[in-house]
Ligand binder design. Structure first.
Ligand SMILES: [Zn+2]
Length: 436
């Protein structure tokens, strides 16, 4: 389950394209506090100011004086060029080498792949493969401590360990008090290159909400909540296996990490203690785990460039709005990817440029697995649709009510997002027109 605060719940139910002024005002206030948490130092603008000031200082001086000779003009122009070059060089050096690794996330720029690279990068994703191989095994009752949970954990670990990229797969297991007594929990953490300082994180929860059997007698599949997001992450790892393996072999200090949380759902009723069991435990653990190994003042939370949480995905026509101004530019990036893939005819049942991503429309905060990370200062991109799927927390949240086109489109969009974020350029076949 993903609980909406009272305001956000009303908002989600009544959401329309046109926000009233009151709405916007309310959200703006929330957003200011977010912006304060993530106040980012800027490097480029001061340098650009210097360049502009220099130009402004030189030009009037040259105009005011007597007409300069041709030699003087050439001399002045070459000095200007030299100065610009020095400024740009200094800026670039400061933007990369001079910035501590913990701050580089604030200056990170994703690469934009060419159309040939995009076609090559997305040539391995396949919805039917994902459905049979990744999704079906997840569509079982899998509340914490259940036999289904054990089977799903094995499925996730085996799938990732079988890939060529060489994922390091670990478990974070613990026992927690719940309204039903003590239960075992297990988060799964897969890291592509654990020696890289920085990590782009994708996260989902694999547990399903617990419904006592005597109440219904039907199996709750939790297809959108959150079997599909987890299957999308497994499919991403499989489809991009070659590219991720190649990326791992470069000297990049940035890598990919996948988090599969247990115990997101409340077992009885959503409270601060009966919910988010797995993410609360892992965020706490990462905070006290040095990173890189042996570090004294940095931990695994510093390693997270961006925490992308996928939840309640799989229904038709999801819309993802902006919850956090500090990461809205990454939502814009997803929107531009959607537009680019649309123009390349890569998306199915997608009549307009943009359907899914709405970075300019604010929406209320939603409680979910990102909260324990957000409260510790980790930048979050929360991909959860507003409104929630109509089948949310009903026994109709099942395989039959999933929308295949949407899932296929979002698979492609997320895979391209990851490739571009990591600056992982796929190898283009010698005759790219023949690429699938
Ligand atoms: Zn749920």
């Amino acid at each position: 389950m993903c609980f909406l605060g009272a305001h956000a719940r009303t908002h989600a139910r009544t959401h329309t394209h046109t926000h009233t002024h009151t709405h916007t005002h309310t959200h703006t206030r929330r957003h200011r506090s977010d912006a304060q948490w993530f106040a980012e130092p800027r490097v480029l603008p001061p340098a650009l100011h210097m360049i502009r000031n220099l130009a402004q200082r030189r030009e009037p001086g040259m105009r005011r004086g007597a007409t300069p000779t041709r030699t003087e003009r050439i001399h002045a122009a070459s000095k200007m060029r030299l100065f610009y070059t020095a400024i740009i060089w200094a800026t670039l050096v400061r933007c990369t080498a001079g910035i501590p690794w913990t701050q580089q996330k604030h200056h990170h720029r994703a690469v934009t792949l060419t159309q040939d690279e995009i076609r090559a990068g997305l040539s391995h994703t396949d919805l039917e493969t994902m459905w049979q191989r990744d999704l079906r095994p997840l569509l079982v009752t899998r509340y914490p401590g259940s036999a289904g949970s054990q089977a799903v954990q094995e499925h996730i670990k085996t799938t990732l360990r079988s890939l060529g990229a060489g994922w390091e797969v670990t478990e974070d297991t613990f026992v927690s008090e719940t309204p039903y007594g003590q239960l075992p929990f297990a988060n799964i953490v897969a890291t592509l290159n654990s020696t890289a300082h920085r990590r782009l994180v994708l996260a989902c929860h694999y547990d399903s909400k617990y419904y006592p059997p005597q109440w219904h007698g039907r199996e709750f599949q939790g297809a959108t909540d959150s079997a599909v997001p987890c299957a999308m992450m497994l499919e991403l790892a499989r489809a991009l296996d070659e590219e991720l393996k190649a990326h791992k072999s470069t000297s990049s200090d940035l890598t990919l990490q996948l988090l599969f949380f247990d115990g997101e759902e409340a077992l009885f009723q959503w409270t601060s203690t009966d919910s988010l069991y797995g993410s609360r435990h892992l965020a706490e653990k990462m905070e006290i785990t040095p990173h890189p190994a042996g570090a004294t003042d940095t931990n695994q939370l510093h390693a997270i460039d961006l925490f992308v949480l996928l939840d309640l995905i799989g229904g038709a026509g999801p819309r993802f709005y902006n919850q956090f101004p500090s990461t809205a530019h990454w939502l814009s990036r997803l929107q531009s990817i959607e537009t680019r893939l649309h123009s390349m005819n890569q998306l199915v049942d997608h009549p307009d440029n943009v359907h899914y991503f709405w970075p300019n429309q604010p929406v209320g905060h939603i409680q979910d697995d990102h909260i324990p990370f957000l409260s510790r200062g980790v930048p979050v991109l929360h991909l959860i649709p507003s409104p929630f799927p109509s089948v949310w927390h009903t026994f109709d949240d099942n395989e039959q009510n999933l929308d295949r086109s949407t899932i296929q489109n979002l698979n492609k969009i997320m895979q391209l997002f990851v490739l571009e974020y990591l600056n992982a350029k796929p190898a283009v076949p010698s005759n790219p027109q023949n690429a699938p």
